[in-house]
Design a protein. Structure first.
Length: 327
């Protein structure tokens, strides 16, 4: 269902963002998946959170020593998405619902596609608006993707950034979000993912420096090659498992169809017998099967000459009962 492209989030950016800030390197403690540089003296927490075999997510939060600047790379809460279709909506898969048909390696959330700009604006409002007494847009801008190619294979990527003015407790701040979203097709369904996400909240006089630090930190992000290898093995194993599951489902479907066909054939014969007034019987004395007239009695009787009588009671001592065996 969801194609596992590069699931971790941050790579090289233009050198112009580099700053002489002292840095320290922190590493993911969950799976030893990556390292990233954060400003020295800042509080940093986060790491990798695995929501499925092919859905590892990164979030790194950094807070300045005075608590006035917050920078975030990635977000654990942002899932992969599936674009709704008319058929999906008929089956109840409307926006916001979990979409997990069959046995996918990754469940998705049903949602219309949002461009990088749309998602950046949406994300900034969701993350920061509640903390601000005043929250108004200053700049909403589509951009060329910084990290991804606009078009790579079946994936189309768009990017954008959103800047909002925030007034919190009487202090003017700037809220910022940058996002890249990739739209692609998988098994006839359109899916999309937020591949790159950076956000920050800072006082107006520190916003420019915070912006540069956020991108420099993002530029330092490095995946652990050993983790990359393990993830590649997980991806391959899930591909094999998905294929095996599909093959089993095909076999089960064929078996159910054959059972259904056999059942329908028997039902068809029975229905035809009812229409034609015939009952399939077995002579217990000889084991011979024969179709006989059903009649109105509850039992079919036969004598030594092969005469058959339908009656609730025995027609005589020369008759013995036939067994109804159906089809």
């Amino acid at each position: 269902m969801i194609r596992c492209t590069r699931t971790l989030i941050f790579f090289a950016i233009p050198a112009a963002f580099a700053q002489p800030t002292p840095w320290t390197t922190v590493r993911d403690t969950q799976e030893q998946a990556f390292s990233v540089d954060v400003p020295r003296g800042w509080t940093a927490h986060g790491g990798l959170s695995r929501r499925g075999p092919l859905d590892p997510r990164v979030q790194v939060d950094m807070v300045s020593p005075d608590g006035r600047v917050e920078i975030r790379l990635g977000d654990w809460g942002v899932p992969p998405f599936t674009v709704p279709t008319g058929q999906m909506e008929q089956y109840g898969f409307t926006e916001g619902k979990v979409y997990a048909p069959g046995h996918p390696p990754t469940a998705t959330i049903v949602a219309r596609y949002r461009t990088g700009l749309d998602f950046a604006a949406f994300y900034a409002r969701v993350r920061f608006a509640k903390a601000c007494q005043t929250f108004e847009p200053k700049s909403l801008k589509s951009m060329n993707p910084v990290f991804s190619a606009p078009r790579e294979g079946a994936v189309t990527t768009t990017a954008g950034e959103a800047v909002y003015r925030c007034v919190a407790n009487g202090q003017e701040k700037m809220a910022y979000a940058y996002a890249e979203t990739g739209l692609y097709q998988a098994n006839g369904v359109a899916n999309w993912r937020v591949g790159y996400l950076i956000s920050l909240l800072a006082p107006k006089d520190q916003a420019n420096a915070a912006y540069k630090m956020a991108f420099q930190s993002a530029a330092s992000f490095r995946e652990n090659p050993q983790w990359q290898l393990r993830q590649a093995q997980i991806t391959a194993a899930n591909a094999a498992s998905t294929l095996k599951t599909y093959q089993i489902q095909v076999q089960q479907t064929q078996a159910r169809f054959q059972q259904w066909s056999s059942s329908m054939a028997r039902q068809g014969h029975t229905f035809s017998d009812v229409l034609n007034g015939q009952t399939l019987t077995r002579d217990p004395s000889t084991g011979q099967q024969r179709e006989v007239w059903t009649g109105t009695g509850s039992t079919r009787w036969i004598d030594g000459l092969g005469n058959v009588v339908s009656s609730n009671l025995s027609p005589g001592t020369s008759f013995h009962a036939l067994q109804d065996i159906g089809r």
